[in-house]
Write a protein that binds this ligand. Structure first.
Ligand SMILES: C[S@@+](CC[C@H](N)C(=O)[O-])C[C@H]1O[C@@H](n2cnc3c(N)ncnc32)[C@H](O)[C@@H]1O
Length: 291
């Protein structure tokens, strides 16, 4: 069959679910993944023809996409900060907004260490709710001398995160903990705590795309309407205990709750709180210093 015919079938079969540009993206990512073909192949060779064996994985992928399974889960991988990460239904698919949070941490560490002649090896970082391990692996890869720790409640997520650290040759120490369990005891203190915890309220479910709602882990996304900041409260309490004095907290936040999250940190005596917008112009990140 001609590759162009398969592209038309993708558009026909997925047209009711995704916009045209998104279907193009899904098709080109599929041919790149399964056949190693670049997206311009059809421009150079409009008559490019596939064997039955080459068609088969493209149709298999199409069938999963029709069920609205996110492409990253279908292919079992995604990219974050130019690194490859395995993903499955136990972990959130890393988002570009979270890359911005990681850049913020990296930029601050780089400028601080060059200003005061500190070694990055003196710096201990913890990621709370690590999922695929995208945050700690990206931090450890970019600044290999950091001492990086990460925790999650989910053993299945931690399994994926450990595999991602190993595959990317990043040194990260993983812990299985429930951040909402206030009896939690650690023998460690950190210079930096970073987190992208669950923050989508149940009432916001209607605004969320179907493929996210149906396939990404509930536990990674949603919080009760009546306690939307439950994780931020727990993290603030945890950070009051386990962050060193003058240590920094970096949080991804619910865009509709920027002021409330800032007020919560103020109530916990954090200082120099800075609220930042993401590339889409939404309040998305907070940084705060422990007194
Ligand atoms: C929004 S996801 C973030 C995943 C990853 N850090 C990222 O940015 O893609 C939140 C993560 O918090 C974890 N989580 C949920 N409840 C938790 C709890 N009580 N204690 C620790 N981790 C929890 C979930 O398993 C999930 O991996």
């Amino acid at each position: 069959m001609l590759l162009s015919e398969i592209k038309s079938i993708y558009h026909k079969e997925l047209g009711k679910i995704y916009p045209k540009e998104e279907i193009d993206h899904l098709f080109y990512r599929s041919i790149e993944h399964h056949l190693g073909l670049e997206r311009f192949v059809l421009v150079i060779q409009p008559q490019f023809t596939l064997t039955k064996g080459e068609e088969e994985p493209l149709f298999r992928t199409l069938s999963s996409l029709k069920q609205e399974i996110p492409l990253q889960y279908v292919l079992g991988k995604t990219h974050f900060m130019d690194l490859e990460f395995q993903v499955n239904e136990h972990v959130l698919i890393p988002r570009p907004e979270t890359e911005e949070l990681v850049h913020w941490v990296l930029d601050d560490i780089s400028s601080q260490t060059s200003d005061i002649g500190h070694q990055t090896s003196d710096i201990k970082v913890l990621d709370i709710g690590t999922g695929s391990g995208c945050i700690p692996v990206a931090l450890a890869k970019n600044l290999p001398n950091l001492e990086v720790h990460a925790l999650d409640i989910s053993s299945q997520a931690l399994k994926v995160a450990k595999e991602n650290a190993a595959k990317n040759k990043a040194e990260v120490t993983f812990h299985q903990h429930n951040i909402l369990d206030f009896s939690l005891k650690l023998e460690l203190e950190f210079d930096i705590i970073v987190s992208n915890p669950p923050y989508v309220r149940e009432m916001e479910k209607s605004k969320i795309e179907n493929n996210v709602k149906k396939f990404e882990p509930e536990m990674a996304l949603f919080v009760p309407d009546e306690k939307p900041l439950i994780f931020y409260e727990a993290i603030a309490q945890f950070a009051s205990k386990y962050l060193k004095d003058n240590g920094l907290l970096y949080l991804e936040i619910n865009q509709y709750l920027g002021q409330e999250t800032q007020a919560l940190l103020e109530a916990h005596n954090f200082l120099e709180i800075e609220l930042r917008k993401d590339i889409f112009g939404n309040d998305r990140m907070l940084k705060a210093k422990k007194r």
